[in-house]
Design a protein around this ligand. Structure first.
Ligand code: GLN
Length: 245
């Protein structure tokens, strides 16, 4: 008996995320990594567009079933947008996603957290509300609302070669009631600092504040790179995910 797939052996590969039934694929399988965007609050659409521009396939994550059982099952990585970390931890809890997501991150699911997402990925948080829960994963202390009061936002052109932003093409970083990183453990790479803490109107620091870090498969920024259509931070995250997948 001749197999209808005889001349298309690659089309036989079974992939739970892309079940193709019994017919040969007419187009090559999608090789882009599938990256979830946690859609409880924040710039879900902007992150999805930036991921797409960075060569990934974004999918919306709204409930625990969307997370899958293991890294790579439903998603190869996840973006945790900004918002309000207190609300986000409450919502993650009430949607039954806090523990599954914490476990996935613990078993190697790459994650990128921006602003409130950075807070969620911190092992230690200053200024947390009582009873506030976090995902953790990055050995750092993050200070909530460090740049100013509720209404404050702050912008700076960051020179950060690790994020593809050299002197010639700095990265416009938008901080909205943003945290900064107070200290990091030895395994954490510092990817970007502000030029001077004073510029944020908070005083006290002559040097810059740490605003982008990476530890293993986890990436976090204090700022919102998704506003303004620049996808260099997403490029970095997508390449972290691709390396693991
Ligand atoms: N201040 C917020 C918090 O503590 C973060 C703000 C943001 O994500 N833009 O969660």
């Amino acid at each position: 008996m001749t197999s209808p797939n005889h001349f298309h052996p690659r089309a036989h590969t079974l992939d739970a995320r892309r079940p193709r039934a019994l017919f040969p694929a007419l187009v090559p399988p999608d090789s882009r990594p599938t990256i979830g965007v946690l859609a409880l609050q924040g710039d879900v659409r902007e992150h999805s567009l930036a991921l797409e521009a960075a060569g990934a396939r974004p999918v919306v994550v709204r409930r625990s079933a969307d997370l899958g059982e293991t890294p790579g099952d439903r998603i190869d990585g996840i973006v945790i947008p900004g918002g309000e970390s207190t609300t986000m931890s409450t919502l993650l809890g009430s949607f039954g996603m806090l523990n599954p997501l914490r476990e996935l991150i613990g078993t190697g699911l790459p994650a990128y957290g921006s602003c409130a997402g950075m807070i969620m990925l911190a092992d230690r948080v200053e200024g947390a509300e009582e009873g506030q829960t976090f995902l953790g994963g990055i050995d750092m202390t993050v200070r909530r609302n460090a740049f100013g009061r509720q209404v404050d936002s702050y912008e700076e052109d960051l020179v950060a070669p690790a994020l593809g932003a050299g002197q010639d093409r700095p990265l416009r970083a938008v901080f909205i009631r943003a945290p900064w990183v107070e200290d990091v453990g030895r395994g954490v790479e510092i990817l970007a600092t502000t030029r001077a803490g004073r510029a944020a109107g908070v005083g006290g620091a002559d040097g810059g504040r740490i605003v982008a870090v990476r530890q293993g498969a986890l990436l976090a920024t204090s700022f919102h790179p998704e506003v303004g259509g620049d996808h260099r931070v997403h490029d970095v995250f997508v390449s972290m995910v691709t390396r693991r997948a």
